[in-house]
Design a protein around this ligand. Structure first.
Ligand SMILES: Cc1ncc(COP(=O)(O)O)c(C=O)c1O
Length: 442
């Protein structure tokens, strides 16, 4: 919901969750060593979380500790290898809780989400009888398109169809449903666009797909949304979902969830000596213990945040899944207010020189994450990016963001993108808007 103008001047949230969030915002920011300066000591405002979030202090520390102490391989004889085995399981458990997965062995770890999805596309070969076609979308990151076009499409010898987007940068779900037939084997969809911020109404969409094609599999790319809101794979009723550690305050690492009964049947490329068991058969080579430790610490940070927001519950033995859900909803609530501040201002900006892609109507702020793609007429995105840096030390991104929206739909090489996360302050959002206004009036 957008804030009235008076609240834009003196930001005074009325929702008690927001009050609590605002009250501890300084403590949240203090957990991110890079929050207001970069590696060279420059003061900066970081508005590039869609490219990689800042790393939370505990996640960075956990990497070093794991490297120092953990045995490289798990095992069952020496205490140190037993510790590594338990540690791997513990990280699967916490990742499963974060996603509300059926069980920890539905979680596998990969070098990146891109690699996880290529692995997945290969693993599905030979699984379907009769079903052939695949559907990808114009709202996705290419990591959830190329594996299906280059690998999935080939082994199926079927058609790879593309669901389009519609104004103002939404997935055209009617078009996607129109493309679904009983021959559709798999549909790859995003949770949210990493360039436009648009969130896909997944529960509704999946119900529509399954009504038309009950055996069709659904693969969700949740990389962009994972930092912004709760993910519940059981509620969505999808079959696979992936996210990346470095987009959730932690390490470069891909996490893949899949339904156990499917994972058991599928055939990943596997060295003969690796266990032919879920989830181990999906993991190629030795696991990266430092990255896993860092992922665990990043997810623990979210539980810490929940404790900070709800100190009255700190001593209660609470369900970890419920805590993840609550804290991610609180993050979404705070970010939605920040989005409201930005969209309110954009709707007042009277300039034909700036074009914003995606949802700009403040009334629809709940349908988007705080990720804003834009361009200034007559200025290369790389120039705009430089000016934001020179004027106010604001770090935004330029490029196509590996996003099908720009690579294919708009056929653009580059646009600017300002992307916020829960550690950004309303003052930082205002500094972004003021700098934009300044550039537009020159
Ligand atoms: C939405 C989305 N999906 C997938 C990816 C790829 O993730 P990774 O870098 O872990 O392969 C990214 C990375 O930018 C992304 O933003």
């Amino acid at each position: 919901m957008a804030l009235p103008v008076c609240y834009m001047i003196f930001f005074m949230p009325v929702d008690p969750r927001l009050n609590r969030f605002m009250a501890i915002h300084g403590r949240i920011r203090s957990r991110f060593p890079q929050i207001d300066r970069d590696i060279r000591g420059n003061r900066r405002i970081y508005l590039n979380s869609a490219a990689g979030t800042l790393v939370v202090d505990a996640a960075a520390k956990a990497m070093a500790e794991a490297a120092t102490w953990l045995n490289s391989l798990p095992g069952e004889i020496y205490p140190s290898e037993e510790a590594t085995k338990d540690f791997h399981w513990h990280i699967r458990e916490i990742a499963a809780d974060f996603l509300n997965a059926g069980s920890p062995d539905e979680i596998s770890f990969h070098f990146s989400t891109t690699q996880a999805l290529f692995n997945l596309a290969v693993s599905l070969r030979g699984l379907f009888t009769g079903q052939r076609d695949l559907i990808v979308t114009d709202l996705d990151h290419m990591a959830n398109i190329s594996p299906w076009e280059m690998v999935g499409g080939k082994w199926r010898e079927g058609e790879v169809k593309r669901a389009r987007i519609k104004e103002p940068g939404l997935l055209d779900t009617e078009h996607l449903l129109f493309l679904v037939t009983k021959n559709t084997a798999l549909i790859a969809v995003p949770f949210a666009s990493n360039s436009l911020g648009t969130v896909v109404p997944l529960q509704e969409l999946v119900a529509g797909i399954k009504a038309k094609a009950p055996n069709c599999l659904i693969c969700v790319d949740a990389v962009h949304h994972a930092m912004h809101g709760a993910i519940d794979v059981q509620k969505i009723d999808c079959d696979f979902l992936a996210f990346s550690g470095y987009k959730i305050f932690g390490p470069m690492l891909g996490v893949l969830w899949g339904r156990k009964e499917l994972l058991d049947k599928m055939k990943p490329y596997r060295v003969e000596t690796n266990k032919n068991l879920t989830p181990f058969k999906y993991e190629q080579g030795t696991l990266n213990n430092s990255a896993l430790a860092s992922l665990g610490a990043a997810l623990q940070y979210l539980l810490w945040l929940d404790d900070e927001l709800n100190p009255q519950d700190r001593l209660k033995k609470e369900n970890r899944r419920a805590k993840f859900r609550r804290v991610m909803n609180d993050i979404a609530c705070y970010e939605s207010e920040m989005t409201g501040v930005i969209l309110d201002k954009l709707s007042q900006l009277e300039s034909s020189r700036v074009r914003f892609y995606g949802i700009v109507d403040p009334k629809s702020s709940s349908q988007r994450d705080p990720t804003f793609a834009f361009e200034i007429a007559g200025q290369k995105p790389s120039e705009t990016k430089k000016l934001f840096w020179e004027r106010q030390g604001i770090q935004i991104a330029d490029g196509n963001h590996y996003s099908a929206v720009f690579c294919r739909h708009f056929r653009k090489d580059s646009v600017c993108r300002a992307s916020f996360a829960h550690y950004n302050s309303v003052e930082e959002a205002r500094a972004f808007l003021a700098t934009l206004e300044e550039l537009l009036t020159e």
